[in-house]
Design a protein around this ligand. Structure first.
Ligand code: HEC
Ligand SMILES: [Cu+2]
Length: 366
């Protein structure tokens, strides 16, 4: 028998094939059931409302993925064994060469196509639920540093560097940014994760639903001590405990705002400030680093549109209340904080009159 004749033998799928199919079907169904009964939340609590939606998506993908894997890997094994070379085969025997099977090709295109469409519908629905979290509520900032996260809260001076506390069942808007390199803010229990990028503010919204203490982990390799950025905790607690914690920090950090701005010990005189001269100066000396836009819209430094009239940021970056005198203090002395360095008056080439003009101008913006 020549090897050419050998090639045209039709392939027969015997009893073995149907047995294998039955076994694989049982395994596939078992893997689907496994993912739907597996107690995910026992191993990874769902700390926020939308965490459960993400779990729904995860279960769906894991179940369908495992079932698919069972069939692909199972048939691969079955065919490798069923069609193996036998010792009775001639030494030059080659396997059956098959071209084109329109029926098979039709189904293996259609089924994955339908599956991918279904997957995108489920994903988009869940994505919308995550994006549609309420916009009001507590606004918190988390800032990545080498090698820790710091947190800013409305009406608490300065930055907190130990834990991030949030009240139960209240919508949160979390603004993320970085002071040095790219970090990744990840709380596995929230199922949400976002990079913190210098010069950019990204926002995530969520509602805590389960009290507890959950690790915050950095997910971008950010330097030698990157691996240590998993020590801080997100603490979700009832409203009363949160209020106690919040007031505690307000009192503890209160002194920061009581210090007077010093221009070499002397307050800067704001007499005779001219707003339009200030506006011109701003375009020349400040616009490279600041937009006339809300605080969160950063270039290098924060947006300055509401700097003197911002309910959400009653304090300046140095923790002092947003008064004309304190803004003048920052222009005079500069300030290095979590976002970078605001140059002082001599670096910016500002006279006392320039400072008065700039502050007067900033005060006209709302
Ligand atoms: C090289 C970039 C740079 C330039 C130029 C610059 N700033 Fe800044 N400024 C910053 C940074 C960065 C911060 C925030 C510092 C921090 O908290 O880390 C800041 C903070 C401030 C703040 C405090 C804002 C707040 O909400 O607390 C004010 C006000 C301010 N700058 C005004 C000005 C003015 C007016 C000028 C122009 C004379 C100017 N800056 C020029 C980088 C700059
Ligand atoms: Cu990091």
């Amino acid at each position: 028998m020549s090897s050419i004749e050998h090639q045209v033998q039709p392939v027969r799928l015997g009893r073995g094939f149907w047995t294998a199919t039955a076994v694989l079907s049982v395994l596939a169904v078992a893997s689907i059931v496994f993912w739907y009964v597996f107690p995910l939340e026992r191993y990874l609590p769902a700390a926020i409302v939308t965490a459960r939606q993400v779990d729904t998506l995860f279960r769906f993908m894991a179940a369908t993925g495992s079932a698919l894997y069972v069939f692909v890997a199972g048939y691969l094994l079955y065919f490798a064994i069923a069609f193996r070379a036998r010792s009775s085969d001639p030494p030059d025997a080659i396997g059956v060469q098959i071209h084109d099977n329109h029926k098979l090709e039709f189904w293996w295109t259609l089924i994955p196509l339908l599956f991918v469409i279904l997957l995108s519908i489920v994903s988009v629905r869940i994505w919308y639920e995550i994006m549609l979290e309420p916009e009001n509520g507590l606004v918190v900032e988390a800032i990545g540093h080498q090698f820790y996260f710091s947190f800013r809260y409305p009406q608490i001076n300065g930055e907190l560097t130990d834990e991030m506390h949030l009240p139960l069942n209240e919508p949160v808007t979390l603004n993320l940014t970085s002071s040095d390199v790219i970090h990744g803010f990840w709380v596995p229990a929230m199922r949400l994760k976002n990079d913190t990028v210098p010069g950019l503010v990204t926002t995530i919204r969520f509602t805590p639903r389960l009290p507890g203490r959950y690790p915050i982990i950095c997910t971008q390799f950010c330097g030698v001590l990157h691996g240590t950025m998993n020590k801080q905790l997100l603490v979700i607690e009832d409203k009363a405990s949160f209020e106690r914690w919040y007031r505690g920090w307000q009192t503890k950090n209160a002194h920061a705002s009581n210090a007077l701005p010093a221009a070499g010990g002397q307050p800067v005189s704001l007499q005779g400030g001219n707003a339009s001269a200030g506006q011109t100066l701003f375009a020349q000396k400040c616009a490279a680093c600041h937009k006339i836009a809300p605080f969160d819209q950063r270039l290098v430094g924060p947006g300055l549109k509401n700097v003197l009239h911002d309910q959400a940021h009653p304090n300046l970056v140095d923790g002092k209340p947003a008064t004309e005198q304190n803004v003048a203090g920052i222009l005079q002395n500069g300030y290095t904080g979590s976002m970078g360095t605001m140059p002082n008056a001599s670096a910016n080439g500002l006279s006392q009159q320039d400072i008065a003009n700039l502050v007067t101008y900033l005060n006209t913006l709302k």
